[in-house]
Design a protein around this ligand. Structure first.
Ligand SMILES: C[S@@+](CC[C@H](N)C(=O)[O-])C[C@H]1O[C@@H](n2cnc3c(N)ncnc32)[C@H](O)[C@@H]1O
Length: 301
């Protein structure tokens, strides 16, 4: 493994706001304003989006609505929702949300207003919310949603397992347990385990294990505090967000010579030992990393 040192770019000072643009001058001094926006950006994007929506609603009610009232202007609720959405989209951009949040922030309230006009019973919305919550659980924090490895990924991982009896394998965020179930049928003597934090995928995975009489373990819980010390192979299909942190955990805990496989999302700035192209629907790739010996790690820092 070769860790490449990350180049730190010097931060360019931002151009000063001229007196001409006093109208746009922020209420807070620039340094404090940056501190506030950096603090907000330390939250996950969905919480920043929520903040943008709430703040935009307050701005629309306290600043925009009184102006319309003064001029005795009445506008349709969909137009009001679009004004609120415009403010939310602007705030989202200013707070550093990725560009794909812009249409979501812009259209969220107008979609809400249009949907309410269909007269659907509120219990349907509650049911939809509960269902999504049980599937996605802490995704607003982890930024790792549920999507499943393809059968081609199961078969490719199977080929990457070391040819030894009793091979130990852990799926971090096991979803519905498809990978574990497949590998267990291929290697009845293997020790396959997985951890899943979201309740509904876990229950479905547990039901699958029971109905197929699987000889693997599926635990409900967070994999971050779970030790990786006993594993020959650890597999993850997560998202780009946790990869750097996960690599540190993997290097600290996994035995040297063991393997970490990441589906689709490479570890930033770390060269993989090999890459397997999967000819599946998403044209995914498996990034295979060999855990270096401690001395190798020390010299590569
Ligand atoms: C993209 S899915 C992959 C599912 C499965 N590994 C597969 O390949 O089909 C990622 C899963 O990781 C779970 N997850 C995310 N963070 C987790 C954590 N900290 N602990 C346990 N599971 C987690 C999510 O709930 C989601 O089900």
């Amino acid at each position: 493994m070769k860790s490449k040192a990350k180049k730190i770019k010097p931060v360019q000072p931002k151009a000063k706001i001229s007196n001409f643009t006093f109208f746009c001058k922020p209420a807070l001094p620039e340094r404090e304003r940056h501190a506030v926006s950096a603090w907000l950006q330390s939250f996950s994007p969905s919480l920043v989006a929520l903040f943008s929506q709430v703040a935009a609603t307050l701005v629309a009610l306290m600043l925009v609505a009184p102006v319309f009232a003064i001029f005795e202007l009445e506008i349709p609720s969909i137009a009001a929702a679009l004004i609120q959405g415009g403010i939310a989209a602007f705030l989202g951009v200013r707070l550093g949300l990725a560009s794909w949040w812009l249409p979501i922030n812009l259209l969220f309230s107008s979609a809400l207003v249009s949907t309410l006009s269909f007269g659907i019973a509120p219990s349907w919305f509650l049911a939809g919310f509960v269902l999504l919550f049980l599937i996605y659980w802490s995704v607003f924090r982890s930024q790792v949603p549920l999507y499943l490895s393809s059968r081609k990924a199961w078969a490719a991982v199977d080929k990457l397992l070391p040819a030894k009896a009793g091979v130990r394998f852990l799926d971090l965020g096991a979803g519905l347990g498809g990978m574990l179930n497949y590998l267990d049928t291929q290697h009845p003597d293997g020790k396959f385990s997985g951890m899943e934090i979201a309740p509904l995928p876990f229950v479905l995975g547990w039901a699958r294990k029971k109905t197929t009489r699987g000889n693997y373990s599926l635990q409900w819980g967070d994999f971050w505090p779970h030790s990786l010390a006993d594993q020959d192979v650890v597999y993850a299909y997560l998202s780009p967000v946790p990869m750097a942190r996960l690599w540190r955990k993997v290097c600290e805990e996994m035995p040297s010579g063991s393997h970490f496989i990441s589906n689709t999302f490479p570890v930033p700035d770390v060269e993989s030992e090999s890459v397997v192209d999967l000819d599946d629907f998403h044209h995914s790739r498996l990034y295979v990393y060999r855990i270096p010996a401690r001395q190798e790690m020390d010299t590569s820092v």
